[in-house]
Design a protein around this ligand. Structure first.
Ligand code: CMP
Length: 139
């Protein structure tokens, strides 16, 4: 069954002009782009999005980093899209990511790791409407 997942191309990858390369990897992996747009997160928006990590020691730096430049947020669709996009992204730390993954190709550090993807259906159901209205999702 078709599933939706939410993605952020993070400030490092946008600044390095990797948006096209990453969206091509997504398309080549057979996922469909349902919606995409460029945004520049405010502190409140970044804190809200990563609220689940608010007790983690890296939370402050993560929020500052996510505000440091524009991001590209997207919704991808496909059978098993959440797991397929996580597999395509690779390990959170680019040093552990395998060849052929987005983070191996474009990630610089565990913080500047090129992309974010929903980690499960419950998360996707929160993350997609955090950034997109139903009107912005093509049928
Ligand atoms: P992401 O998938 O966007 O979810 C939370 C982010 O926190 C994660 O990717 C990393 O980029 C970032 N992060 C920074 N430091 C750490 C850390 N020590 N462990 C896990 N995630 C970290």
């Amino acid at each position: 069954m078709a599933e939706l997942t939410f993605s952020i191309i993070k400030p490092d990858a946008v600044a390095n002009n990797k948006v096209g390369d990453i969206l091509k990897m997504v398309s080549d992996a057979g996922l469909t782009i349902k919606a995409t747009k460029m945004i520049h997160l405010t502190k409140t928006q970044a804190e809200g999005f990563y609220a689940v990590h608010s007790e983690r020691p890296f939370f402050g730096e993560l929020v500052e980093y996510m505000m440091s430049g524009p991001c590209v947020v997207s919704v991808f669709e496909g059978d098993n899209a959440i797991k397929r996009y996580r597999d395509l992204m690779g390990a959170t730390n680019p040093a552990d990511a395998v060849e052929g993954t987005i983070r191996k190709a474009f990630g610089a550090s565990i913080e500047a790791n090129a992309c974010h993807g929903s980690d499960g259906p419950d998360t996707a159901a929160i993350e997609v409407p955090y950034f997109f209205s139903s009107l912005e999702l093509v049928n």
